[in-house]
Design a protein around this ligand. Structure first.
Ligand code: NAD
Ligand code: DAU
Length: 350
């Protein structure tokens, strides 16, 4: 089977590419990525020479390019992760999010529809989406289920909600084989250091302030990224057409409790006195429209397909810290901007 994975040079995409390339040697995996600031081919050093892997640099917003790629490659399935993913950036530049997340997704749907000529037997379009489409929960015990009404608040979540609606429209209108999953916050290796956990690890290491928005009371439900990649694998292979699955870690933390826990782990790993890193916590202006709480009910995924998270958060957090401390070169290349030259150096003259 030939699968197009979009956004494979990003955080989650690189884990999905790695998993599919190494688990399914008979599949041909084509990773299409524009290599925005969030795309980093150094996330994939361990699979880039694999015979069943190919990288293509390109923009999903470019409809003609996407059409030609589908014609040339004759994909049988798409796992679509490419997106602008950072809420703060969506607040300062919403248009970019509309272009990539909405227009880009519709371009892919159109190209798949044309290429598959209305016949969806053994074809699949999988959209990887977010729990943020459901909006915000109160402090009680309510959770997002697959039937929770969409109520996005940020430009990012509005763009992802819109792209989910387009995917469902292609299922309902054209009968395309589509599946969607909506996942909670991921953490783990190769996470770009603009997001809360990797940014905090980086700042603690450098003895810099850890910015906490508002009072730090917002709640997120954290899932280890490799558990997400495994869920995508299971859903891709086993979900019935037209199905949606929520994916989450049953692992809610207020931001401030999470960062205090992270500070303790960092103190231990860096040989600092207990309480040293916590002194770096700095409360800053809150994010505009900041959703209070996300929590995923992933019962349907467990009941239908047997998926459950594999890792306790404390263990996952420690593994993540270890990874960042052991992979200084990766982090230095990201923070210096060197990672953006990898494509020119390694791919352009091939
Ligand atoms: P990321 O920002 O790390 O990676 C996004 C990738 O998409 C990058 O490699 C980037 O270069 C690529 N890209 C961006 N615009 C593109 C374009 N126009 N054409 C081609 N490629 C383009 O994102 P992530 O955190 O890995 O998220 C991946 C997907 O999972 C996104 O769709 C996101 O909405 C979803 N998601 C993320 C999380 C999370 O916690 N990070 C949780 C749930 C769902
Ligand atoms: O819920 C899934 C979503 O999780 C994904 O769809 C998004 O792509 C992903 O970026 C993530 O969104 P969040 O906005 O929840 O992640 P972020 O790491 O940006 O922020 C996590 C929480 O920490 C949030 O409440 C805002 C807060 N925060 C964030 C940053 C970057 C801070 O307090 N300080 C910070 O510096």
């Amino acid at each position: 089977m030939k699968i197009l994975i979009t956004g494979g040079a990003g955080f989650i995409g690189s884990h999905v590419v790695r998993r599919f390339v190494s688990t399914y040697p008979n599949y041909q995996i084509v990773n299409l990525d524009k290599l925005t600031y969030a795309g980093n081919l150094e996330n994939l050093l361990d699979v880039e020479q694999a015979p069943n892997y190919k990288f293509v640099k390109g923009d999903i917003v470019d409809a003609a390019f996407i059409h030609d790629l589908f014609e040339a490659e004759q994909f049988e399935a798409v796992i679509h992760l490419a997106a602008e993913s950072h809420v703060d950036r969506s607040i300062s530049n919403p248009i970019e999010f509309v272009m990539t997340n909405v227009v880009g997704t519709v371009n892919l749907l159109n190209a798949a529809k044309t290429s598959w000529k209305g016949s969806y037997d053994k074809k699949r379009f999988y959209h990887v989406s977010t729990d943020e489409v459901y909006g915000s929960l109160g402090e009680g015990s309510e959770m997002f289920t697959e039937t929770t009404a969409y109520d996005p608040h940020s430009p990012y979540s509005a763009s992802k909600a819109s792209s989910d609606h387009f995917v469902r429209a292609y299922f309902d209108t054209y009968g395309m084989d589509c599946v969607i999953s909506n996942c909670s916050n991921n953490y783990g290796s190769y996470h770009f250091p603009e997001k809360l956990i990797p940014l905090s690890i980086h700042n603690i290491k450098q003895n810099k302030a850890i910015p906490i928005y508002g009072k730090g009371e917002n709640i997120r439900d954290w899932l280890w990224v490799e558990d997400h990649a495994r869920a995508i694998d299971v859903i891709f292979h086993k979900a019935k057409t037209g199905t949606t699955y929520n994916i989450g870690g049953h692992n809610e933390w207020t931001n401030i409790d999470l960062i205090r826990t992270l500070c303790k782990v960092m103190d231990k790993k860096l040989g600092r006195a207990e309480g040293e890193s916590e002194k770096l916590i700095t409360y800053v202006t809150d994010r505009a429209g900041h959703d209070l709480r996300y929590a995923i009910d992933a019962t349907k995924l467990k009941t239908d397909l047997g998926w459950e998270p594999s890792l306790q958060f404390e263990e996952g957090l420690e593994k993540t810290v270890d990874w960042y401390l052991e992979n200084e070169k990766w982090l230095n290349n990201v923070t210096s901007g060197n990672y953006q030259h990898y494509y020119e150096e390694q791919y352009q003259n091939r």
